[in-house]
Design a protein around this ligand. Sequence first.
Ligand SMILES: [Zn+2]
Length: 273
Amino acid sequence: MITLVRRVTAACVLGAALTACAAAPHPVPRVARPAPSATSAPPTLAPGPGGLTPVFKNGSRTHGRSVALTFDADMTADQGARAAAGEHFDNPGLIAALRELKVPATVFMTGRWAEEYPDQARSLGRDPLFEVANHSYSHYAFTDDCYGLPTVSGDRMRADVERAYAAFRRVGVPDARPYFRFPGGCYDRRALRALTPAGVTAVQWDVVSGDAFATDAEAVSRQVLEGVRPGSVVVMHCTRSAAPTTERVVRTVVPALRARGFRFVRVSELIGS
Ligand SMILES: [Zn+2]
């Protein structure tokens, strides 16, 4: 089904990395499928101009007070030795807190993380509270300059994304979503073009929690609470090693946002509404 959802230009959906936004002359319809049931395809955005991978940043500001908490399960392809030495790239306490508080959430998982923690990946993938989406296989950057991350070459980008989906299937995640989060959030036109055949919607965010390498849970919580608006997508992390405060942050911001009338949803619900 094709529905006229919102008067946005496809170019504007592509976000700040592209400069065509202000110049785009005509509003164009966005394609969305109905809200997901167990068997229907998850909603996606229509491709951008020239068939570029579409980019989603936040949901409607006027369709009620919904907010999507998203958690990146980062693990770089070369971090296996550190995991073997005892470094924790997972965060079971955070996942337990989300379950206890009944917070639907979207986990952007790297393929490497799924391989390191197959039981947790499978458990997340089979729990209807969560949806698993793609954060690349290797957590290498898709642009040349992205927070010092190693880079994936243009001709390997699509394969890196598909390698992550293959890893998810192998560990027993049955229906990972066609949503992709660029490592570091770094993308450009070349990356969007390279991923067009993968059929994914790129998912950015409008609220940076600041949980990466943070030690002050209160400061992170404050930043989330000050940033969230209706339709917001909040980026956080699901790795004790690099984001040790996230569970405490969740336990603070969830009741506070509910008290302000917010309802937690998965990204698919924001895209589809
Ligand atoms: Zn990441």
